[in-house]
Design a protein around this ligand. Structure first.
Ligand code: ZN
Length: 245
């Protein structure tokens, strides 16, 4: 089973990515074209989690797993994940868009909830080191060893940040951290992650509709992988993280 581990279902606000977005139908058509069987869906900076949940509830052609985008400090978002626990499979935090570090005290109730409920936490990691550094995400992972973290963009989409993330995970002995490959150009950094952390810690994702799944399926194709490793990266790891295996 091939699973896209990182899709933004819906439209970004005009100030982000030129307001780029996708209808649910166009998203599903793209997945079908790519031979993808399912996907982890989150929202955009508009945090229209209700629409994503409604789409998933009404969908029967593919498997979808829902990671609502939550903003630390917003009581409604905390209430939302508590009330909708039955239909969520993880949570998504975006420190850059929401301007709240994952180590901020406001994020604690969300991380506590994920840890208690066994839900994975997907954390956007980017170049803005004061806000969305992989270091903060690793700090949170160390603080909540019972929660599983997925660091988007392999900890930040530059060679230095990707390598720093791999070193931080091995140096910290962190067993609860996986890396998403969406947005990464350095295929060799992904190979390094496979070699150093193991294929079971690398998760295929596209960031659709910002990226296209074929871009990252191509990246995975370029790696030196055993068939079992490739299956893990393209779907097995995502399935395990959402509790399907
Ligand atoms: Zn993203």
């Amino acid at each position: 089973m091939i699973v896209d581990g990182h899709i933004h279902a819906g439209y970004w606000s005009p100030r982000m990515f030129l307001g780029r977005g996708t209808s649910f139908e166009a998203m599903e058509a793209c997945l079908t074209e790519c031979g993808i069987d399912g996907a982890i869906l989150t929202s955009t900076d508009q945090r229209d989690n209700h629409s994503v949940a409604a789409f998933i509830a009404g969908s029967n052609t593919k498997k979808y797993w829902f990671f609502p985008w939550v903003k630390p400090g917003v009581e409604d978002d905390l209430a939302y994940i508590r009330e909708n626990r039955a239909v969520i499979h993880g949570i998504k935090l975006h420190p850059s868009c929401d301007k709240i570090k994952v180590t901020d005290v406001k994020a604690e109730p969300f991380l506590r909830f994920a840890a208690d409920e066994g839900l994975p936490v997907m954390v956007h990691c980017g170049r803005w080191q004061e806000m969305s550094s992989y270091r903060f995400a690793l700090e949170a992972a160390a603080r909540y060893p019972e929660a599983r973290f997925i660091l988007s963009h392999m900890g930040g989409d530059t060679p230095e940040l990707e390598m720093g993330t791999i070193r931080g995970i091995t140096g910290g002995g962190l067993d609860n951290v996986s890396l998403g490959i969406e947005g990464v150009r350095e295929y060799w950094a992904v190979q390094k992650a496979v070699d150093e952390l193991g294929a079971e810690k690398v998760v295929f994702g596209s960031d659709f509709p910002l990226g296209h799944p074929r871009m990252y399926m191509g990246l995975v194709d370029a790696l030196k992988l055993a068939p079992g490793q490739k299956r893990l990266i393209l779907g097995g790891n995502a399935l395990r993280l959402v509790g399907e295996e």
